[in-house]
Each structure stands twice: as C-alpha cells, then as structure tokens.
Design a protein around this ligand. Structure first.
Ligand code: SAM
Length: 316
C-alpha cells in the first residue's frame, strides 16, 4: 500500500476529528485498550521536550495510538520503535510512517518488549492504567534501563511512582523507580487534554537514570514487595513473614559468615529471628519502623545483609 499523503494525517488537536478519522477507516476508539488521545498540542510538545533528545536518538514509544507524538518525534530526527496493541491503528501507523525511521512492534508491550534489543535509550508513553505499573516494574526487574523516560499516567499512580519515604503514597514501586532514577513531576493534566476525556486526572513524570545502575541481589525485589505487603505491620514482621514464606536458610557451612551460623540450638525459627534483628540493626532500621519510612539505601542494605544467609525458595 502506498504511504498516506500529508493530508491523510488526522487533526490531532480535535477529538471529534479523530473519531471521524477512525470511523472513515472502519475503526473506533477502544476503551479496553485505555485509548484517550492527547489532543492538547502544548502538552504534547512539553512532553517531547522533556525527553531532551538530540537528533538521531532512539526512542521507544509505548502506545502511539494515531501517531500524535510519533510525528513530531520523527520530524525532530528521532528513530522510533513503537509498541501498539490495537491491530487497526497499527496498520494505519505503518502506512502513515512508511519510509521513515519507524518500526512497529505489534501486540501487548508487556509480552513483546523483552524480545527487543536495548538500542533505544529513551522512552515516551501515555500509558493506560492497566499496564503502567507492571510495565515500569518489569523494566527494572528485567534489567532494561533508559537514559530518560517521560510517561503520563493516572495522577494517583504518578504520586505513587514519585513518592518519597514517609509519604502515604510511598510503595514498592516508588522504591524500585527511585533505586535507579531521579523522578520529577512535570505536570498534572485535566481530563479535557484528552479525547475521550477520562473522569480522572493524569500526571506526567520525567525519570532520568542516575549514574551507576545498582546491583540488585536475588532477594532485593521480592523483599521490597514483601515489606509493603501488610502496610500496617512493621518492617520486622513483614520481613519475618517473607523469610519464612519465600526463603530458605543456607547451610551454615555455605553461609560465608552470614546469620545462618547463629541458629538458635538448631532451630530455623530462632535463626530467622536472630537474622531479622541483626539485619535490621545493621541496616540502621529501628525495631518498630514500617516500610513506608525506609530510604532506598536501607532496602539495599537489608537485602545485602540477608543474602549471605538466605536464598529464595524455588517455586514450581
Ligand atoms: N500516544 C497516544 C496519545 O497520546 O494520543 C495514545 C495514548 S492512549 C492513552 C494509549 C495507547 O496505548 C493506545 O494506542 C492503546 O491502543 C495502546 N495500548 C494499550 N494497551 C497496550 C499494550 N498492552 N501494549 C501496547 N499498546 C497498548
């Protein structure tokens, strides 16, 4: 099929025009894919500017929709690799951007991203609620880091992603993201910036990779998640639960000076209690502290202290 002409691009600033454009092609706005198109040109420009690209940089665009951000990215000289689940708009995008440095990966980005190389140091996405948190988590746990990401998500989720210790929004995702990135809130967006207008507000974040990606030990991610599992419980209680449910104690001879050598009269439970108390002490965590007050460094210290003595139980 020949590339569409310039005139075949939709008017990205008008909701009704976008709907009509889709309908003319036998398509529609799909709620199940969280399609709320960004119709505010100032916001689109601000988000692209926040990527701070140099011409020729590679960008992963998550959910390009009708290409409202893809077009200025390409016009600015970026090489775009886009991930789109909607087959109808995917076919359209391939026509709109044929012959340009644009690659489309069809399907659910949660399942497809790992098959792609890490040639794109930047990421841009206006992310549906259902994929935003799992996608960010899976990038970090899967060892995929970007020099900079600019994402737009539901406001409450953005608050969680950007939260600092001591705030009610501070959660395992806040720890994961802040472990590698400096997270900066860019703006809050009213529903009217989108078509169709969602009932909730959104917020955009800029995440910039800090120098030196941390070394995550095998216990770090499950430990962080477990410590937030029961928010009203202390870190010590959640940690004991985590160790008894998800870990096994190494043999003392393998523990390399870890806490396993301190088993209380051979009792695993006694050894575990000792390990929890010692690890908290060594990580500078007070006995009654809750996970929501801990700095990211304390999670790293805790995981590192326990790694010599415990390993994850194999799951079937
Ligand atoms: N980027 C466009 C914009 O800002 O106008 C569209 C944003 S719209 C909120 C979300 C886009 O993500 C849609 O194009 C939708 O089809 C796509 N999408 C939703 N779930 C997806 C998934 N799991 N994998 C890939 N794309 C997805």
């Amino acid at each position: 099929m020949p590339p569409l002409r310039e005139a075949d691009f939709p008017d990205y600033n008008s909701g009704p025009a976008l709907r009509a454009y889709l309908e003319r092609r036998g398509l529609s706005v799909l709620k199940r894919y969280g399609q709320n198109f960004l119709i505010n040109p100032r916001v689109r420009k601000a988000l692209i500017d926040a990527l701070e690209l140099n011409g020729g940089d590679g960008v992963w665009e998550i959910g390009p929709g009708l290409g409202a951000m893809t077009l200025p990215l390409l016009d600015g000289g970026a090489v775009v690799r886009a991930f789109e689940i909607d087959g109808g708009v995917s076919a359209l995008l391939e026509q709109l951007f044929a012959g340009r440095p644009f690659t489309l990966v069809r399907g659910d980005v949660l399942k497809t991203w790992e098959s792609r190389g890490d040639e794109s140091p930047y990421l841009l996405g206006n992310l549906p609620y259902s994929i935003a948190a799992p996608l960010m988590g899976s990038f970090i746990e899967g060892g995929r880091f970007f020099r900079r990401m600019v994402i737009t998500v539901q406001k409450e989720l953005a608050q969680r992603m950007a939260a600092s210790p001591g705030s009610k929004d501070y959660a395992s995702l806040s720890v994961l993201l802040s472990s590698a990135y400096t997270v900066r809130k860019l703006m809050t967006l009213k529903g009217a910036s989108f078509y169709p207008a969602p009932h909730v507000e959104s917020a955009s974040l800029q995440l910039t990779l800090r120098p030196g990606i941390p070394r995550y030990g095998a216990l770090f991610f499950p430990l962080v998640r477990s410590l937030f599992e029961f928010r009203r419980k202390t870190a010590a209680n959640n940690l004991e639960h985590f160790l008894s449910q998800s870990c096994i104690m190494r043999e003392a001879k393998d523990a390399g000076g870890g806490y396993a050598g301190q088993r209380d009269a051979g009792s695993e439970h006694g050894g575990q209690k000792y390990a929890v108390e010692a690890a908290l002490r060594e990580s500078g965590i007070k006995a009654g502290a809750r996970a929501e007050t801990l700095e990211k460094e304390q999670f790293f210290a805790l995981a590192a202290c326990l790694e010599g003595s415990f390993m994850l139980r194999k799951t079937k």
